[in-house]
Design a protein. Structure first.
Length: 461
């Protein structure tokens, strides 16, 4: 594997192939084509949110080809997340219901590109706000706010942490009903949205997937003036299995088969109500997964001859290394000493980790503007881990959180419904574009965001 040393604008080498599968799968394009697609899309979507961010206008897609609603009186969007569903998993088994959405809907040909860091909470919140983490404030799954001193974790619903406006709040602010069955940020009070009991489920990972699907279906039995137009549905799998056994284990196949069964249950319920063709279903994941083993580890304690890192400087370790040294310790000096040691050949796997001042990170990562982002960030090569100290454990599993240019971090996007053309594929795009797409379908005025105002017209019919 090549050294990660690269110029700020460079992208790392994408994963060369899809996962092994039992179903014929198209081969991914070459790295140059992927990079060209990414670069072209980045140019089309380069909206940098400043303070205050620029306002966006709703772009109404050409509707001549859109199918008219047959039963529902108003447009409906059902957003479904399968956590950790790496692009390529859809070829591991027949998965008839997922394949139906792909075949009869619009999909991203080479997967959906997550935002950096490729972690659960930053990405789920980017999907529903259209903002990069540096703009919406959820910069990691866990982090301290350096000004308030408060600590964010995945149970924190303090509105001070959650910036921007998620789509359920956009809907509520404009008089449209929304319902969430688990989604990061959905329990946070925002504008007119206060997680209403009838329409907002508080997270409980023990709730069976079947119950989640049936609850969503129940909303379609309500009178039209009580039925939500925007709904979310969340499944923890196959992320759970991916962390335990990595992306190539048979347990992943079992997990995605179960997800497919849940989609089959959902589709059957919608068809029984005569509304399946009226609902705009968006199926996606938040990130991918890559195999990791303890033979591919960088141990920070081996940097002691150059710099002694104190544990309270390190705010996250792997695969996103984030360091905030105390006042009086210059971040630039820490970065220089760490990179000197990592490049010396005397630190095991040191060449696979590169340290940056956050303002010197590749701009394509959009990970420098927030004061919450620590001043020092380390990027490690795909599949490598970082640990403070050497241990005797020898474990293999899976991880995410890496550079979003790695193909292994991509996830799926398949959309089916009256606003999505059947059998259509589009180039890969970043998930910050989805907020404007959903707002356009629902005829909502979007809040300021990092997506492109023109993107809905490119993907909708």
């Amino acid at each position: 594997m090549p050294s990660p040393v690269r110029t700020p604008g460079d992208s790392p080498r994408p994963t060369a192939a899809l996962l092994s599968s039992s179903v014929a799968a198209p081969q991914p394009s070459s790295a140059p084509r992927l990079l060209l697609l990414t670069a072209a899309l980045a140019a089309a979507t380069a909206f940098v949110l400043l303070r205050p961010p620029p306002a966006l206008t709703v772009v109404t897609a050409v509707s001549a080809a859109a199918r008219p609603l047959s039963k529902l009186p108003k447009p409906v969007v059902l957003l479904i997340s399968s956590d950790g569903f790496r692009f390529g998993y859809q070829y591991k088994a027949p998965l008839p219901h997922i394949r139906r959405l792909f075949a009869n809907g619009t999909s991203a040909a080479e997967g959906l590109i997550p935002v950096f860091p490729t972690l659960t909470f930053p990405n789920h919140y980017s999907i529903v706000t259209g903002l990069y983490p540096s703009s919406h404030g959820i910069i990691n799954n866990y982090f301290p706010d350096p000004i308030s001193g408060d600590y964010f974790n995945m149970q924190n619903h303090d509105p001070e942490f959650w910036l921007g406006e998620p789509l359920w709040a956009t809907a509520a602010n404009q008089g449209i009903l929304a319902a969430t069955f688990f989604w990061p940020g959905s329990e946070v009070t925002k504008g007119s949205w206060n997680c209403p009991e009838k329409y907002c489920q508080h997270y409980n990972g023990s709730v069976p997937f079947e119950e989640r699907v049936d609850t969503i279906l129940g909303y379609f039995d309500l009178p039209s003036d009580q039925m939500p137009q925007f709904l979310t549905l969340y499944f923890e799998d196959p992320d759970h299995q991916g962390h335990q056994v990595g992306p190539d284990d048979p347990a992943i196949t079992d997990a995605v088969v179960h997800i497919d069964e849940m989609l089959g249950r959902l589709i059957a319920g919608l068809e029984a109500r005569g509304v399946f063709e009226d609902v705009n279903i968006i199926l996606l994941g938040d990130h991918g997964m890559v195999r990791t083993c303890d033979t591919k580890v960088v141990f920070l304690e081996e940097l002691a001859p150059w710099i002694k890192l104190k544990s309270d400087w390190v705010l996250s370790v792997t695969p996103l290394l984030a360091i905030r040294p105390p006042d009086g310790v210059a971040p630039a000096e820490v970065v220089a000493k760490m990179n000197e040691g990592l490049g010396s050949g005397k630190v095991e796997n040191g060449k696979y980790l590169k340290m940056y001042l956050k303002e010197e990170l590749p701009t394509r990562l959009h990970y420098s503007e927030s004061y919450r982002i620590p001043p020092i960030i380390g990027l490690v090569e795909e599949g490598y881990k970082i640990e403070m100290k050497r241990s005797k454990k020898n474990e293999c599993g899976g991880a995410h959180g890496y550079d979003n240019a790695f193909f292994s971090m991509r996830t799926i996007f398949a959309a089916h419904g009256p606003r999505f053309q059947g059998g259509r594929t589009v180039p890969s795009f970043e998930n910050v574009e989805i907020y404007n797409v959903m707002a356009s379908i629902l005829n909502l005025k979007p809040a300021p965001n990092n997506g492109s105002a023109s993107f809905p017209s490119m993907i909708l019919c």
